[in-house]
Every structure is written in structure tokens, then in C-alpha cells.
Design a protein around this ligand. Structure first.
Ligand code: URA
Length: 315
């Protein structure tokens, strides 16, 4: 683990992340193994850590508009104004894509190249999330990156723009990445103020590839369901195989648990190096969670330091 006595450069990095430079006393730290409290509101309903955290109320398990229409809409009948006439039944026609049937995921995802994979995701109708999406959210960044960040699922902004992590959580993620010299700009275009290495030499700007476990937004930002994760996981697996990163930063409970096939809470999984497809995985809190729990940014910084150590050591 990196030395936590901070020099000027590290303080500047932490400032990028919005971290105030102090470390919690040992007795302030939440117990290892505890899932951090999820919602600042104290709501008994856990918010998906990856949702648009501040903009929308959490509606876990809320049915999508489509589901509501299907489940709750009574049969439609038009009555003529003439009382003696019998009601004329009118077929219910679901508008737009909701009327399109689900279809199996295409075969051969595990051998697809980038264009084929992108097309397969764009046309995927393997689970009900396709019925409420405005865009699929494939991934963004440098496809040759050493670093890969894996989040949970698109929120509202991501669904609108078709790009992962573009809402408030995305801004924090970008600052976290910038603090360690990374940028989502494809091909790792110049980062304005690249942190220097210990020997004072400027560090080369590096790209990062960012993707989610789910490629479609769960309605109302409810938690991903296991069947949805199972349908989508092959796409992510192929993205990892194509990027071949040297390190994966898994952010948030659903990303972590689905990559590592575990139900252990993040608090118990932090501070260790895990593996996915043989690639080292460091787990950390989701930026959306960090926005609600600002003191835990210091822990996320510790996790980033661990990831940097792994990269340095080539674990
Ligand atoms: N949360 C995620 O996990 N992914 C996104 O793309 C946005 C929010």
C-alpha cells in the first residue's frame, strides 16, 4: 500500500478528487465488511449506487412505464354515444419498441470484433430493459488502454447520451481519473496537468476504457436484476477480452459482485487484488456513493493508490 504521508503533488491530486486532506482516525472508519449506508436520505430503500444519484428519487423495483402499461392497463373499449350500441372492442397496440418482442442474444459474442460487438449491443433485445431504453450505452475511451473502469448501469443522462458516466458521478470519476493521470478521451489525448512521477519526470498521459455491467438503463434506476446481468455479462466479458487491460477498477456493489461472482460487500473486498479473466481487479466505491458520502473519498483514494501500485509492480 502506498505511503499515506502526502506530499504537495498528492495533495494536488486529492484536491482534483475533491478530497480534503485528512485521514480518518481508525475508529472513524466504518467496520470492514459493512456495506456503506446507501442513501443520504436514510431511506429504507437502497439506491443503486450507480444511478443518477441526486437527480431522481430512488424507485427500487418500480415497474417501468412499459410494465405498468402492460400490467395495469385495463382492456380498452370505446363506447359509442348511442346508449343502445354495444361497446366496440379496440385492440391495445403498444407504441414503439415496447411492442417488439424479446429475442435471444446473438451467437458468437465471445469472438466478435469491436464493430460487431457494438452492433450486437445496439440491437440487443435479450432482456426487458431494451423496452425502456433510449440508447444502449456501450463503452467509451481508449480500446488499447491499460486501465479499464467498470461501473454498474446507465442512469438517465447516460441513457440519453449513449455514453457511460456522463452525469454528476461521471464528473467525479473524471476527476478521480485525472488525479492519477488518466483521461477518458480516446487515445489518451493530453491531460492538462499531468502529475509527475516520484523522480520528477512527467508521466505520459494514459487512456482508460470505461464500460458498465449493464448496457441499458434499468427503469427508475432500480437495481439490476440477476437475469439482466446474466444476459449482458457476455458483452462486458468480450469488451475486457478485446481491451486486454492491465488493471480493472470495479466501481460499486453490482459491478464488483458480478465481476467477482460474490455476494461479499465492498468493505470486505477492498484492499485486495482480485482477478477477472486473469486481469487484476481493484474494487472501490461507486462515485455516486462517494457523492453522498464525501468522507469516503479518502478510501477511494487509497483504492486508487493500490491500483497504481499494482500497475507499477505489474502484478
Ligand atoms: N453509474 C454507473 O455505474 N454507470 C454509469 O454509466 C452511470 C452511473
Amino acid at each position: 500500500m502506498s505511503n499515506m504521508i502526502l506530499d504537495e503533488r498528492q495533495r494536488a491530486m486529492l484536491a482534483e478528487m475533491g478530497v480534503r486532506v485528512w485521514m480518518p482516525e481508525p475508529d472513524e472508519a466504518p467496520a470492514q465488511g459493512e456495506t456503506p449506508p446507501l442513501a443520504a436520505t436514510g431511506s429504507p430503500v437502497p439506491a443503486r449506487q450507480g444511478g443518477p444519484e441526486t437527480a431522481e428519487p430512488v424507485a427500487r423495483n418500480a415497474p417501468s412505464a412499459v410494465e405498468s402499461m402492460v400490467n395495469e392497463a385495463p382492456p380498452v373499449a370505446i363506447r359509442s354515444s348511442a346508449p343502445a350500441q354495444r361497446p366496440v372492442p379496440v385492440p391495445v397496440v403498444m407504441p414503439g419498441p415496447a411492442s417488439e418482442a424479446l429475442a435471444p442474444r446473438p451467437d458468437g459474442v465471445d469472438t466478435m470484433d469491436w464493430p460487431a460487438l457494438r452492433d450486437a449491443v445496439a440491437g440487443c433485445r435479450a432482456c426487458g430493459l431494451c423496452q425502456g431504453r433510449r440508447n444502449t450505452v456501450f463503452g467509451v475511451g481508449d480500446v488499447n488502454a491499460d486501465w479499464m473502469v467498470i461501473g454498474e448501469a446507465p442512469g438517465e443522462q447516460e441513457d440519453l447520451r449513449g455514453e457511460p458516466f456522463v452525469g454528476p458521478a461521471g464528473q467525479l470519476l473524471d476527476n478521480m481519473l485525472k488525479a492519477i493521470g488518466l483521461s477518458r478521451q480516446a487515445g489518451a489525448e493530453a491531460v492538462a496537468d499531468i502529475p509527475t512521477q516520484a523522480d520528477g519526470a512527467p508521466r505520459a498521459s494514459r487512456g482508460v476504457y470505461i464500460a458498465n455491467v449493464l448496457k441499458c438503463r434499468p427503469p427508475g434506476n432500480r437495481n439490476p436484476q440477476p437475469a439482466e446481468v446474466a444476459q449482458c455479462e457476455p458483452y462486458l466479458a468480450r469488451q475486457v477480452a478485446l481491451v486486454r487491460p492491465r488493471i480493472i477498477l470495479a466501481m460499486g456493489r453490482f459491478a464488483v459482485q458480478s465481476l467477482l461472482q460474490t455476494t461479499e460487500p465492498i468493505g470486505r473486498l477492498r484492499g485486495r487484488v482480485h482477478r477477472y479473466q486473469g486481469v487484476p481487479v481493484v474494487v472501490t466505491y461507486h462515485p455516486a456513493y462517494l457523492l453522498r458520502n464525501l468522507p469516503d473519498k479518502a478510501k477511494a483514494w487509497v483504492d486508487l493508490c493500490l491500483a497504481m501500485d499494482v500497475m507499477r509492480q505489474g502484478a
